[in-house]
Structures are given as structure tokens and as C-alpha cells.
Design a protein around this ligand. Sequence first.
Ligand SMILES: Cc1cc2nc3c(=O)[nH]c(=O)nc-3n(C[C@H](O)[C@H](O)[C@H](O)COP(=O)(O)OP(=O)(O)OC[C@H]3O[C@@H](n4cnc5c(N)ncnc54)[C@H](O)[C@@H]3O)c2cc1C
Length: 295
Amino acid sequence: MTSENTCLPGMSACARQFTATVSQVRLLARDTWAVRIECPVLAETILPGQFFMIRPLSGSDPLLGRPFALYDVCRDAAGQPAAVEFAFVRIGKMTTLMSHWVAGQQVSLWGPLGNGFPVADCDHLLCVAGGIGQTPFLGVAKEALGLAEFGNPPRSTPVRPSRVTLCYGVRSRPWLAGLDDFRLPGLELEIATDDGSYGLHGYVTSLLKNHLQQKKSGVHVYCCGPEPMMKATAEICAEANVPCWLSLETPMACGFGACFSCVTRVRVGENEWDYRRTCVEGPVFRADQLLLVDH
Ligand SMILES: Cc1cc2nc3c(=O)[nH]c(=O)nc-3n(C[C@H](O)[C@H](O)[C@H](O)COP(=O)(O)OP(=O)(O)OC[C@H]3O[C@@H](n4cnc5c(N)ncnc54)[C@H](O)[C@@H]3O)c2cc1C
């Protein structure tokens, strides 16, 4: 791993560009893989909900990097952060290319980028994931349960939730990704499938509603997934008066605030709105700040 020792413009002080090597690729589910990249500097600084941009080291097609959220930080035998892992689903040009990567692949990556999820300081943290939107929640859950620390120095978690639940929905059982990774001590894992092939038959938002019908106080909701699902989650939380944070997956080109291709609309006052860059001011936003559109 080499680091071009330049901080990227507009970004947090520790965002850097790296040349690094893929050390492991594992199949997680249908059309879904986890890729491990040896990059100790990135591994020791990145936080749950932050992301990095990645592209192959050689060639010019695709020209632009693509954003991927941190799935996990992998440690060496001495317990030191050594590698980052991300999980992806194959949908287009870059992810199809990535689905053929094997150990030894040289990549260019830059990060850590974005703000990440806040430290969970509630009684019950409810994570709501749709499809590949589950990726940030492995790190979120590990940190909230006290099973791992992230950041350099590790960010403090003064109040840890007494309950951490992941409600995870996919369209059908073959797309359930990384269930073994999520079998963490203390994590309540609840699953919904659109077709009823596993877990609850229905949308993941039904699992959320079940929880909020039982208890609202002390609950915080973190959500990531397709935008209609995040909009539904935001509405359910607003109705229940429960704080909710969404991690947006707006397509973006640079990742560090220069190109403004990833803007989203946020409320800035009574009946007023403005744009914010998902890559720099996000990707995690308070749901009640966002103006989400119907799809
Ligand atoms: C902050 C952030 C974190 C992300 N984390 C992850 C992650 O951890 N794992 C992961 O798999 N993906 C993640 N994504 C989405 C990922 O970046 C895209 O899936 C990827 O850029 C697609 O690249 P591609 O070249 O394969 O597709 P392209 O060839 O660029 O696009 C192919 C087609 O897919 C559509 N498309 C592109 N992006 C999306 C999208 N997000 N949702 C639906 N359709 C899309 C395009 O409109 C186009 O029709 C994240 C996105 C953001 C902004």
C-alpha cells in the first residue's frame, strides 16, 4: 500500500489517496461480494457510515471512481487495523468489473470520506437496512455493542445502547448478504423479504413499525437503503416522533466536494431549502432535514 501524501481539498484532514492491493474477495449472496483491501492508514481512521471512492489502478474505463461504504475494518494478528472491507452488489459497469476481481488486484482509493453515523447515544438503536444498504451497519453495530472501536484516536462511546437491533429487508432470500457476519453477540437481527422466502413476509418498514408500536422513547433509528424505503422510514419516524438518520447513496463523481454532482435538498428554515453535497455534508443526514422526493 502506498499513500500519495496529499490531503484532498474540502475534506476532513485525514482523507488521502492510496494505491492498495485486494487481499480477499468473498461471495456474500447472489450478485454480492465483500472485498478486502490492505490499507492500514485508511483502516485506522475510517468511521462507520463513512465511505471511500475506488477505481482500478490501471485503465481509463471506468474513468470515475465509485463510492462504497465501510463494511468492516480487518485487524492483523496484533489487533491493529490492517485492511478495509466493503460489500457491493453488481448493478453496472464498475461493479461488474469488480465482480471479477481476485486477490492481487491493484486499486486506487481515496478516503475516508463523508461524515458517518453519529455515535449512538440512545437506549435502543434500531438500524433499518434495505438491500445492500446493510453495509454500514456492521461497523455501527460493532461500535454500539462495544465489540470494536473505530477512528484514530478511537472515538468515544460514553453512552452505549442497551439494545441494538438490525431490521434487514431484501426482495428475496438469495440476496440476504453476510448473515454470518451479523451474528454478533448482543445484536438482534430481524429479517423481512418482499416475497416471504425468509423472515417476515413484507417490507422491512413493517419490522420498524412493530418496534415503534411497542416503544418509542429512547429509540434512535439509523437507515440506509433504496430511497423510497428511506422516505417511508423517515415518515414512520416523524409520525412516531423518533429521531432518525438516513445515509444517502446519491451517485457522485469526485467524493470530496469539488464537483457538486451529488447534491441533495435540505430544509434551511421555514419553507426554505438549499442544496448540500452528499459526499461532504453527508452521506448521513437527520431525516427531518431532508426534502426527499417521491419516486
Ligand atoms: C456514500 C455511498 C456509499 C455507497 N455504498 C455502497 C456499498 O457499500 N455497496 C454498494 O453495493 N453500493 C454502494 N453505493 C452505491 C454504489 O456506489 C453504486 O452501486 C455504484 O456506483 C454503481 O457503479 P456501477 O459502475 O456498477 O454502475 P453504473 O454503470 O454507474 O450504473 C449502472 C446503472 O445503475 C444505476 N445506478 C447507479 N448507482 C445506483 C444506485 N446507488 N442505486 C440504484 N441504481 C444505481 C445507474 O443509474 C445506471 O442505470 C454507495 C453509494 C454512495 C453514494
